[in-house]
Design a protein around this ligand. Sequence first.
Ligand code: NAD
Ligand code: TYD
Length: 335
Amino acid sequence: MRLLVCGGAGFIGSNFVRQRVDEHGDEVVVLDKLTYAGRRENLAGVAHTFVHGAIEDPDQVAGAIEGVQAVVNFAAETHVDRSIAAPDAFVRTHAQGTYVLLEAARAAGVRYLQVSTDEVYGSIAEGSFTETSPLAPSSPYSATKAGADLLVSSYFHTFDLPTLICRGSNNYGPYQYPEKLIPLMVLNAIHGDRLPVYGDGMQVRNWLFVEDFARAIGHVLAHGRPGEAYNVGGPDECANLDVVRRIIELTGGAESLIEYVADRPGHDRRYSLGSEKVGALGWAARVGFGEGLERTVAWYRDNAPWWEPIRSGDYRAYYERQYGRALGAGGVSGS
Ligand code: NAD
Ligand code: TYD
């Protein structure tokens, strides 16, 4: 199958492209704007055609979609903290970008899969969200993702476009940009930098290894029913503080590196997804959190050439703005 994968140079998109090419023999066209989070290095060694462009650019999209059988859209701004600091790119990419892609898929008459998130349902104190739970997003990130999901569904109902939505829980694994909890804590622990825990650290996330999510997306693309959304939850839930403690153990860091910092405004307390519907299609997670975290720590330890340019570039300025301290100035061993 020939696929257009938008945002395929990012974390989950690149894992998906690698899987489709290596395991399924698909031909893949990647359309990616290469924001700070998108990197050609993420696709090193993977055969694909690369188009540098934005999903909100109709001309770029029209060229990239030619001859494909399906569109899978990962392209997004993905960090909640950045959506609080500067929401504009989130509105542009999620609203305008998704609209442009839907129009192009409609003109080409091809299947369209939108990659979405558990965050569109908001926070849940107990139990798990199902696909019929109301959308109740709480950050500019999740609100614009929810808006995109609604637009996708409207193209099914109004124009009969064969659409699918996959809502994943928190992903982790190789190639994740170190602004997100797990890679940030792994790299800081390796360098002896402080480990900034927001609020009381008792927020719970439902961790999903990236290869499992990538496989679920491929599975839904092949077997999902048009017009439907599918939740893809990870096998394990874990409070942030426990995640950080496990990373300290795996990296040989010190517990004293933990630093409680100001909480994120509007911080969602807990996410949890039930995966029965995607399970009925034949998907199940294969990697538990213990194994996945070990593999992730090992990958970052073994792939310094991947993260060294990040930690020495613009990321330093981001880090200073976000945490009010310079990277590597944690006062422990520094980097
Ligand atoms: P990421 O930030 O690592 O990658 C996003 C990619 O999209 C980058 O390559 C970036 O360059 C590209 N991009 C951004 N704006 C673009 C635009 N306007 N046009 C073209 N390309 C653009 O993100 P990720 O973590 O891989 O997330 C991918 C998708 O999965 C997103 O839609 C996200 O909402 C969803 N998701 C993420 C998680 C998670 O835990 N990371 C969980 C569930 C769902
Ligand atoms: P994150 O990886 O940003 O994902 P999301 O906000 O999409 O769930 O954050 C995961 C959890 O970790 C979330 O509860 C916020 C918390 N967190 C920290 O405590 N410290 C940090 O430095 C970061 C980046 C996140």
